[in-house]
Design a protein around this ligand. Structure first.
Ligand code: ADE
Length: 234
């Protein structure tokens, strides 16, 4: 998997992408990434990349040309035959685990991170294949959302998680939230581990975990709980 990120703040990616699991995966060659400064592609004096919106209104709009030239440069250096181009925006489709699995099957993903009041619609029409939001709230830019998507997608790439960290048995993998977990010691803060987990009976443990997953999903995400049973019936 190769990620290209078009942004006005490439340095924001260094900490997240350089450290921890994603950093290790890129050192192992399981993924590659490059954050590219859109400002490097402007032809305007003083590095200008935005202008006032036609029709008036507050804020500035990111212009077509620097983004277009930045994208052309990515296409030139890339070896992929095709690529998804993801524009991070609060009005996009809400990101979820299904979308993460879909993206993880791609060879290359290009992210466009917007700022200011938005991006000139014409460049979106020209290059974007997917419009993605990370939730119903507005952030100052698309960088944190892009990192969220990259993190969720990267951990699904074979070899990125260690053997111990399976992406199979976790929240959303089967439409339910994850069951509670316990580790040593057996008793702490006056609370003991549910005895069934010490029983060594794997079937009983699985049943208990499934029950707890259902309880948790019903409590925190009644929408998913409903969906789980309707989809099971179909
Ligand atoms: N840019 C600003 N807010 C955003 C959001 N919620 N999702 C994706 N991109 C964004």
């Amino acid at each position: 998997m190769n990620y290209y990120i078009m942004t006005l703040f490439p340095e924001m990616f260094d900490t997240i992408m350089g450290g921890s699991i994603i950093g290790r995966a890129s050192e192992k060659g399981l993924l590659g990434w490059e954050a590219i400064n859109i400002r490097d592609y402007t032809l305007e004096k003083h590095g200008k990349v935005d202008d006032y919106p036609y029709g008036g209104g507050a804020g500035m709009v990111m212009q077509v040309e620097p983004i277009h030239r930045c994208f052309e440069a990515i296409k030139e250096k890339s070896t992929a035959k095709k690529r998804r181009v993801i524009y991070m925006t609060p009005w996009g489709h809400t990101f979820d685990q299904k979308m993460a699995r879909d993206f993880a099957a791609e060879e290359e993903l290009v992210f466009l991170c917007g700022h200011y009041e938005g991006v000139d619609e014409r460049i979106l029409e020209e290059i974007v294949t997917d419009y993605v939001s990370v939730g119903d709230y507005v952030l100052t830019g698309g960088e944190l959302p892009a990192m969220t998507v990259i993190d969720a997608v990267s951990r699904l790439i074979p070899g990125v998680l260690g053997n111990g960290d399976s992406a199979v048995n976790e929240s959303f993998s089967d439409g339910l939230l994850e069951h509670p977990q316990y580790s040593r010691p057996e008793t702490i803060l006056g609370k003991s581990v549910p005895p069934i987990l010490l029983s060594g009976d794997h079937k009983k443990v699985d049943e208990w975990r499934h029950e707890k997953s259902l309880e948790r999903t019903k409590m925190f995400r009644p929408d998913l709980y409903e969906k789980y049973f309707t989809e099971k019936k179909e």
